[in-house]
Design a binder for this molecule. Sequence first.
Ligand code: IMP
Length: 196
Amino acid sequence: MNQRKLLVVATGNPGKLKEMQLYLQDLGWELQLKPDDLEIEETGDTFIANACLKASVVATATGQWSIADDSGLMVDALGGKPGIYSARYGTTDADRISRLLQELGSAQNRQAQFVCAIAIARPDGTIALQIEGICRGEILHSPRGSGGFGYDPIFYVPAGQQTFAEMTPEIKRSYSHRGQAFQALIPQMATIFNPK
Ligand code: IMP
């Protein structure tokens, strides 16, 4: 018999829930937001550590399977900054972009990468799966394009000849760190849950 499995998404952000639903729609899991009052401090020092921490805390608190992601931008010439602090680099997307462009200044080396880590925890909090997706690109001197979010307008992907903000969601997904991570995750998800 086909049984739907509940997977609690370790985020309070309905946009992220929707995005994950889209990626995982064919797998037969029912996705649900974490309880509102469950706050998780991201104390890890890597993307994977933070994804595992969030998935584990939510799984233990709810007694359900949980999925979490953590992502950000690492700029080579800034020693990998803003990295795990990408969301906390400013109060708005415009702030974050202008701070990054200012710190990078006229540096010749504009190489950078987006990273997305995803972890799935069992109801007892142990980690069943962890995976990382990476997309390499270059930081432009000024924003280009109006789609996407975050640092998308300054992240140029040479293979696609566009910034993330100039790409359609489908094209962005085919290059993006998140797209890569989910592509690697999906075949493995089929193997972790075996109903008796
Ligand atoms: P979080 O994984 O939701 O905590 O996101 C971390 C931060 O990294 C976001 O607030 C964005 O600033 C940045 N970020 C992560 N993924 C992307 C992306 O695909 N495009 C642009 N910015 C991103």
